[in-house]
Design a protein around this ligand. Structure first.
Ligand SMILES: Cc1ncc(COP(=O)(O)O)c(C=O)c1O
Length: 465
């Protein structure tokens, strides 16, 4: 069947309903009449347009990807076209090509400390799995084959392919698919709004780190391969670390011979105002996983950045890296990633985030006046509102969350021409992550729209101030 672009929205929706399986969505919800579906066909700056020309502010950057927004298509296309005419494809399987070599060199230069080796993938889940395999080979080469286990954090999302899924801490995503491929223990997240034993600051840090120590002791130090964590955890709503948390993870990992992995699939490439979120928290992980913002999603690509020390055994005589992905390091994607980095530097993308973060934080914090908003948290251009049924932080029931997060908010956001994420991991959260090129006026407008949506949500859910 040929797809023609002159279909009406209703026809598009019908075709989608008949043929397109949506990811992490209730496929039946969109209905054959296609009423619930937004079909996007164009982008410009931080905005996307549907096929009827309606404009939406993309306050989610197309799932935390569109760092530089949507107006660099021609420049990206020129980089891609030039690479297509030179060498459309070849692999990193024992041969190499200039874009992959140049990109690996650029990333090594941008990454903190000794993270000088780069393994390319096609996306985030692949990066997480590749990271674990590289870590395993490190331990095997060091004569520690029993180091298999990973410590991850509860409710964290690290991807859905079977290895990455084992590290993901969301039981409903895992249970249908059998035993986890990687033995994993999940420890408490860094939720400071609903913190462990209501602790805060360094007392909370101490409790969280003590829990990790206890888990390591229970499992046996000699069996733990890695600790994996996001600098700011996405799932649960932009959970920033309490003071000294990352330094504590670093110290624990060093003391026990455990590899520290920062999963930066969301937090790298400016989301927190730095190339890597780890920089913001002044930690040097052993391994960093990236994807999404590496190309600002102009093409799919991911990478694993590995410290020299961890990669060293892979350079020993006769040892093979037992992992490979056909499209990892695709030359056209690598050219686009290089262009993305060039644009970041030329157009001061990181500087924009750092300059506007105080304004964004202050503007969003004003929404704490809205009855349903119990907490506003985040960093950089990565923020969440926790929504509660009263000012004591009482959670909505599952039925209320269904009405609020799956019915009211998606509809009301759509009417307001704002794309944001209403998320339900037990706590009701509304998340935003605008493109990093958004200016002050656009962020201000976004906050104004959010305020009116959330005031309506307060009334809808009968929450009083
Ligand atoms: C922190 C983190 N790790 C891994 C992944 C998986 O990435 P992908 O969907 O590209 O496989 C995601 C996806 O959102 C993520 O947020």
């Amino acid at each position: 069947m040929t797809v023609t672009s002159n279909l009406t929205r209703r026809e598009m929706s019908q075709h989608a309903y008949e043929h397109l399986l949506f990811h992490f969505a209730r496929n039946g919800d969109f209905g054959s009449d296609g009423d619930g579906l937004i079909v996007l066909s164009r982008g410009e700056g931080p905005y996307v347009f549907d096929i009827e020309g309606e404009r939406y502010f993309d306050a989610l950057s197309s799932l935390f990807c569109a760092q530089i927004g949507y107006s660099y298509g021609e420049e990206m296309a020129a980089a891609a076209t030039s690479q297509f005419s030179e060498l459309a494809f070849n692999t990193n399987w024992g041969t190499a090509h200039p874009p992959a070599i140049e990109l690996a060199t650029r990333l090594a230069g941008l990454a903190p400390g000794e993270l000088n080796k780069v393994f390319f993938t096609s996306g985030g889940s692949e990066s997480v799995e590749a990271a674990w395999k590289i870590v395993r080979q490190y331990h095997l080469a060091n004569g520690q084959p029993e180091r298999m286990k990973v410590i991850a954090r509860s409710r964290a999302f690290h991807g859905v392919t079977l290895g990455a899924l084992a590290l993901t801490g969301v039981p409903t995503f895992k249970e249908p698919f059998g035993d986890p491929a990687i033995p994993t223990r999940h420890v408490s997240w860094t939720n400071q709004f609903r913190s462990v034993r209501s602790l805060s600051g360094t007392a909370l840090t101490g409790a969280l780190l003590a829990e990790i120590e206890d888990v390591i002791e229970e499992e046996g130090t000699e069996t733990v391969a890695a600790i994996i964590a996001e600098p700011v955890q996405n799932a649960g709503g932009c959970l920033t670390p309490p003071p000294g948390y990352w330094q504590g993870l670093r110290e624990i990992a060093d003391r026990h011979g455990i590899v520290l992995i920062a999963d930066e699939v969301i937090t790298a490439f400016g989301r927190l105002g730095h190339w890597f979120g780890s920089e913001r928290y002044e930690v040097e992980p052993d391994v960093i996983t990236v994807a999404k913002g590496l190309t600002s999603a102009y093409l799919p690509m991911g990478a694993v950045l590995v410290a020299d020390r961890i990669a060293q055994p892979l350079y020993e005589q006769g040892r093979t890296l037992l992992h490979g992905i056909t499209f990892g390091g695709h030359p056209v994607a690598a050219s686009v990633a290089l262009k993305n980095i060039e644009i970041f530097q030329r157009d001061n993308v990181l500087e924009n985030v750092l300059a506007l973060e105080p304004f964004l934080q202050a503007r969003l914090s004003e929404l704490l006046d809205v009855p349903i908003v119990a907490d506003v948290r985040g960093a950089g251009f990565f923020w969440a509102f926790e929504l509660c049924s009263d000012d004591r932080g009482t959670r909505f029931s599952p039925e209320q969350r269904e009405r609020l997060l799956r019915q009211f908010l998606p509809r009301r956001l759509r009417e307001s021409h704002l794309i944001a994420r209403a998320d339900d991991r037990g706590d009701a959260v509304l998340q935003i992550a605008p493109p990093l090129i958004s200016d002050r006026r656009q962020l201000d407008d976004m906050a104004g729209t959010l305020e009116s949506v959330l005031r309506d949500a307060s009334r809808f859910m009968h929450v009083r101030g």
